[in-house]
Design a protein. Sequence first.
Length: 235
Amino acid sequence: MTDAPLSLAFFDPARGLHGTARAGVTLLFEGRTPKALPSGPEIAERGDTYHATLEDRLDLVFTAVSEAASVGGGRTRICRVVGTVDGTSVDCLGTVTQTTSAPAWAELDALRAISAVFDPEHAVLAVARRPRGVLGHGHELVSAVILAGGEEHGVEDARLSTVYDADGRQRSAGLELWMPAEDFPRRASGEVVAGTTLDLPGLQVNAAIFAWRMEGRDGAGAYDVTVRSEPPEAA
């Protein structure tokens, strides 16, 4: 990876502690309770290791255990994560993602990003982009990769279905992943563990932690839905 923007995520179901962090914001989830911190961590990168610190709140070391997988304008590595969050020890899996191509929001109405991490060698990453002006999820451009044995495997066709609550927040999801030369899709399903909503300039982000299951494996990951929030028209 290079000096391009990085985002970090860790998922510790055993302790009920999860988090995501990037420049400008850090989200921590203790059980179902979200905490939003108005700054991102300092990240020191050395080879395959990333040391993230944020005042006395967060001190984590991310050590890559996979090669980088490319999907949706980013390159993601699965990592072993150890350290402390608000004084609580963390020992789990997570991700480090380098942004290689920022979303072109002039051309998009929504973006959905999924990570599902099952063990150091198995994960699914998916991104769905909805071009501006199209109606419904059926017109989204969905890309996905499967990590198996620590290696990236391209998905020929990916389909993402989501159930939302009355406020438009994601509650459960299903993935169908069609691999080259396979007659049936591989499937993953997930349910929300915790979530929160962030209002950013011109955008609204519904950020969630999901529990995932695929092919007999249980895992955890993030499911973020970012939508354009149009400013009110001038009177």
